[in-house]
Design a protein around this ligand. Structure first.
Ligand SMILES: [Zn+2]
Length: 155
């Protein structure tokens, strides 16, 4: 189900206080533990510029890359973005970092939310349990002795 917002028309600010249950396939960010909650407000700055402020709250389940157990990832994002028409993307003088580009007539808040999550998702998934920290701590492991083998051979 896709809900489009037409930012070219309509009343502002647009308050979006809702939840998103399913994200696009192929984002590679695990699965949602609960529906993702958004509390966002879109304001019109000019005919081509809009701001989006608020909070995105999400819990994901993923696999810990160290111990391979299930890891819970809580991403609570304070969002403060400028929304621009995707046609403006061709203008390279614009810094892309604080801006989100989309078709203003068929605006999908899900796309903005997914982009924010992907940008902020940890590059290494860790569960941070005690067992896992032991695992990750190389000092506790026996140090490798690369010369021992050679010494054994010489003796
Ligand atoms: Zn772990």
């Amino acid at each position: 189900m896709t809900n489009y917002l037409n930012l070219r028309e309509g009343k502002f600010p647009i308050k979006l206080e809702t939840s998103i249950e399913i994200l696009s396939d192929g984002l590679n960010i695990g699965t949602l533990k609960h529906p993702l909650k958004i509390n966002l407000s879109i304001e019109k700055l000019s005919s081509d510029l809009f701001s989006c402020k608020g909070v995105i709250e999400s819990f994901f389940l993923n696999t810990c890359q160290i111990c391979l157990k299930e890891a819970e990832i809580n991403l609570t994002l304070e969002t403060n973005l400028i929304i621009k028409d995707e046609d403006v993307l061709l203008d390279f003088s614009n810094k892309p970092d604080e801006s989100h580009f989309q078709n203003l007539k068929y605006f999908q808040i899900e796309r903005l939310v997914e982009e924010e999550i992907c940008l902020n998702y940890p590059s290494v998934v860790k569960c941070n349990t005690e067992d896992c920290l032991d695992f990750a701590n190389p000092e506790k492991e026996e140090k490798l002795q690369p010369f021992k083998k050679i010494r054994d051979l010489l003796e």
